[in-house]
Ligand binder design. Sequence first.
Ligand code: 5GP
Ligand code: ZN
Length: 120
Amino acid sequence: MTHQEQDCLFCRIVRGEIPATIVYRNDYVVAFKDIAPVAAQHALIIPVKHITSLNALAPEDEAIAGQILLAAGAVAEILGIKDSGYRLVLNTGADAMQTVFHIHAHLIGGQYMGWPPFQE
Ligand code: 5GP
Ligand code: ZN
């Protein structure tokens, strides 16, 4: 295991070293509730593999990229928001306020959400 993987918060959740409310898991992805929800429903879908951001996603990660999208519908169904609607957000880099450098798709819903999502 690399030092990055050892210290990464989300790798630690994947390994079960840090508790999380896991709602979905397969060989490629893990989904768990966000600790600070921004909407009535808020889960994070992350790859099992440590990839720092979309910028580091490589052609060999094609299956992982697909699995994140495939998991979205499954997780939305588990959260009970598949039919009411939801949003998938992948914050990447400083302008998007990415704070954890292990790819994660925010799946948010359970309420009406405005668009565009900009804030001062
Ligand atoms: P970002 O700001 O990088 O797009 O999203 C990081 C997300 O991870 C935030 O929504 C934050 O609330 C969530 N988060 C940070 N630490 C933890 C944690 O220890 N457990 C869980 N479940 N979520 C976390
Ligand atoms: Zn990681």
